[in-house]
Design a protein around this ligand. Structure first.
Ligand code: ZN
Length: 300
């Protein structure tokens, strides 16, 4: 299985258009240690010909331009992109669907809850149903994607998208609103894509233990990072993301799981691990983690 990180940043990208916090300023200055990153999406394929996108970010057009593997190859209309799989309904994961609207055949997979969100937003009708089949993902049901990869969707603690938050908001529920994806290689090795996760439950920890590769929620370094950097008023917990650092954080939670390759992805523009020379980056690397970047390729 080949995996290409099309975008490694969380919503807003790095730098975010209106953010000049301490971390973002380095990116605006084109500091080489503060590499720009687009919003989170990953492409996977077993045969190298037919690719599936895990989430469709608003930066998708730019991501395709930057990735020769995804360029059209046969005239007059062609794309190696055979499918899109959504892990939730957040803007940074679905807005890229609008880029894929030119009557091109592909399968769109999402849970019932997320398909309903798309149905309720008529702008997504630009995806012509004659070409784009919307197909329901069923939790825990293996699904063979065009291109030879099998995925298994599973519920992850999270919440509904920000634009659907009501008064009775529940955070951390394991429903169809937020999923992770188990990816099976041809050799039955297991990899995981979990770009958003509110907490690592014992069941989830058990599932991830011993995996060949995990790409995991690296949104925030500390829970109060948005508040302290003056960029927001919400904690990570309120946004449905566990932090990377701290006793309850991702580094601690994975310490004993025996995952062979650990990659932080979906990184918010305030997170100091984005800076190659930060102490926080040194700390994640010392704990055996890599920080994803656009164009990162992994073969399993
Ligand atoms: Zn996101």
């Amino acid at each position: 299985m080949r995996l290409i990180v099309l975008g490694a940043a969380a919503g807003g990208g790095f730098p975010q258009w209106n953010s000049a916090c301490a971390v973002g300023r380095r990116a605006w200055q084109r500091d080489p240690a503060a590499r720009w990153r687009t919003q989170c999406s990953v492409a996977i394929s077993a045969d190298g010909e037919r690719w599936s996108l895990l989430n469709a970010s608003p930066d998708l057009r730019q991501q395709i331009l930057a990735t020769p593997t995804l360029h059209p190859r046969h005239g007059p209309r062609h794309s190696p992109i055979a499918a899109v799989v959504l892990t939730n309904g957040d803007v940074d994961h679905v807005a890229g669907l609008l880029i894929l609207r030119e009557s091109q055949r592909f399968d769109l997979y999402a849970t019932g809850a997320i398909l309903e969100v798309l149905e309720r937003n008529p702008i997504f009708n630009v995806l012509n149903p004659e070409f784009v089949r919307r197909r329901r993902l069923r939790l825990e049901q293996p699904l063979a994607l065009d291109g030879g990869t099998t995925i298994v969707p599973f519920a992850v603690p999270g919440k509904v998208p920000l634009y659907l938050e009501g008064e009775a908001l529940e955070i951390g529920a394991e429903t169809e609103d937020v999923i992770g994806l188990e990816l099976w290689t041809e050799h039955r090795a297991k990899a995981f894509f979990v770009p958003g996760c509110a907490r690592l439950t014992p069941a989830l920890a058990e599932r991830l233990a011993g995996a060949a590769l995990v790409l995991f929620d690296g949104t925030l370094w500390t829970d109060d990072e948005m508040i302290r950097s003056g960029t927001g008023v919400k904690t990570g917990a309120r946004m449905g993301h566990m932090s990377v650092s701290g006793p309850e954080g991702t580094l601690a939670a994975f310490a004993a799981l025996g995952v062979r390759r650990k990659v932080l992805i979906h990184i918010n523009n305030t997170n100091p691990i984005l800076l190659d020379d930060s102490p926080e980056r040194a700390e994640v690397e010392a704990a055996g983690w890599e920080v994803a970047f656009d164009g990162m390729e992994i073969t399993l």
